[in-house]
Design a protein around this ligand. Structure first.
Ligand code: SF4
Length: 296
């Protein structure tokens, strides 16, 4: 954490940066990491199931640094130890003695959730089901019934049986799915998410998973070569959501994001507040679901 605030101008900068810092390690941890989350209004403890940094997407906006590889293996034992200790550190307030969390406003000094996220696609990890079981076990031992377990996912693996079992377990323990959908057309999907997995599979999976429980749709849009997604791309995106809803899928929230950190491809830039507002308006005019805007 040392040196992170070099050049900071004032207290506001420090707090903003505390929000923006999403490092995957904290004081030597391998798997869990705390994040001061703007979205949730508290501390989110991230669980990185992909410490090997493997992902089945290659998003143009990805922020994972794959130039350096971690030479440790994931294990459920390490997850158990680190997660239990990190939860205790948040609950007893010890976390807020360390930078950047010492800058957190009082009202954000609370544990909000445990999030399966990290340096790749969590549901693609062979440990996904076991990790869900372990997290549920720890949550029950510590009587943290109100704490959410969020799966932040690119929607590629919902058709797999073990993933479905993991999600069904989380359904009973305050689980929530934040599923990525960044495009309305196959062409734009290929440009942004750059995966071998077909766009059709993503759409089928979103329908499958949302027919069983309400989900959150997480969408990131940006300028590519100084161009925002076209109006027809936005309309295609809206039609995808309409199709899900018309077929019994439940969407409880849409998060509309743009870029806030350095991206893998340098030809991406954040949407202006006005651009993001316009896209949000187009979506909200057609889709009757709460939408939150996350500016760059
Ligand atoms: S799904 Fe996430 S980790 Fe994978 S490439 Fe996209 S942004 Fe990066």
């Amino acid at each position: 954490m040392n040196g992170y605030y070099t050049g900071m101008k004032n207290e506001k900068d420090k707090i903003l940066n505390a929000h923006r810092q999403h490092g995957r390690q904290f004081m030597g941890t391998q798997i869990v990491y705390p994040v001061l989350s703007r979205r949730s209004g508290g501390i989110s403890i991230g669980v990185n199931l992909n410490i090997d940094k493997v992902c089945n997407f290659n998003c143009a906006y990805c922020q994972v640094d794959r130039s350096c590889q971690v030479k440790v293996d994931f294990s459920i034992e390490t997850l158990e130890k680190e997660l239990t200790e990190m939860i205790q550190l948040v609950l007893d307030g010890g976390l807020f003695e360390y930078e950047p969390f010492d800058q957190a406003p009082e009202k954000l000094r609370r544990l909000n959730d445990i999030a399966l996220s990290g340096d790749g696609e969590p549901t693609a990890s062979p440990y996904f089901l076991e990790a869900c079981q372990e997290i549920v076990k720890i949550k029950e031992q510590l009587k943290l019934n109100d704490i959410k377990i969020i799966v932040i996912t690119n929607s590629t693996m919902f058709n797999k049986e073990k993933v479905q079992l993991g999600l069904e377990l989380l359904d009973k323990h305050n689980g929530e799915i934040w599923a990525k959908l960044d495009a309305g057309s196959e062409e734009y999907y290929k440009k942004v998410n750059q995966s071998k997995i077909s766009f059709e599979r993503i759409l089928d999976n979103l329908l499958l998973v949302s027919q069983k429980r309400p989900i959150v749709i997480q969408t990131l849009m940006s300028n590519i070569d100084n161009e925002a997604p076209s109006e027809s791309e936005i309309q295609n995106y809206i039609q995808r959501l309409e199709y899900i809803i018309a077929n019994g899928g439940k969407i409880k929230h849409i998060q509309l994001h743009t870029i806030v950190r350095k991206t893998r491809q340098s030809n991406l830039t954040k949407l202006s507040d006005e651009q993001l507002d316009n896209i949000a308006r187009m979506i909200s005019n057609k889709i009757d679901v709460p939408l939150s805007k996350h500016y760059g």
